[in-house]
Design a binder for this molecule. Structure first.
Ligand code: ADP
Length: 159
């Protein structure tokens, strides 16, 4: 049985992340979508809110569960008996960061492999930051994020 972890901040989850989770769920027997609780970057949503939105957004996938984690991703993967970490590759600039991350993680635990899936063409421009930028400027995001995220962003703008 092959279990994989898809770790990210998900601030918030976009249709690009969901696309990677859907495709990874077909490749692996079990997928843990892992929401990192305290990354070193400015966040819009709390860990609880990101966990709730992510859980709702992938609830249609039977072999996918969502968990929150802290600390090193390799430690979390090992604790969950997952030998693979899934990441998404959008553009060339992602590659440098993902390579560095993958080599770092491999130096920490050589038993855990990183598998990158290529972003689907329709989401290859999409990031959580771009989504938030469009939303804050009152643009249409209905094709870019699930309803629960759209509602949360609208509520944030109203408040
Ligand atoms: P983190 O803070 O962990 O980098 P991100 O949300 O920026 O969180 O990205 C998490 C992972 O998901 C990365 O591997 C990233 O390349 C991938 N990803 C983000 N957006 C997309 C997208 N639109 N299509 C495919 N992969 C994506």
């Amino acid at each position: 049985m092959m279990r994989a972890v898809y770790p990210a901040t998900f601030d918030p989850i976009t249709n690009g992340h969901i696309d990677i989770a859907e495709r990874a769920s077909k490749v692996f027997d079990e997928l843990i979508v892992a929401v990192f609780d305290l990354p070193a970057k400015n966040l819009l949503f709390s860990a609880e809110k990101r966990l709730a939105m992510t859980t709702e957004a992938v609830s249609h996938l039977d072999n996918v569960i969502v968990m929150e984690y802290s600390g090193l991703t390799v430690d979390f993967a090992k604790k969950q008996n997952a030998l693979v970490m899934v990441r998404g590759l959008r553009v060339m600039s992602d590659f440098e960061w993902e390579l560095q991350l993958s080599l770092t993680n491999h130096s920490l635990d050589p038993n855990i492999e990183t598998v990158c899936l290529m972003a689907s063409q329709e989401y290859s421009f999409l990031s959580s930051s771009i989504l938030k930028d469009i939303a804050f400027n009152r643009g249409n995001i209905t094709h870019l994020a699930p309803p629960i995220v759209i509602e949360a962003l609208q509520a944030h703008i109203r408040s």
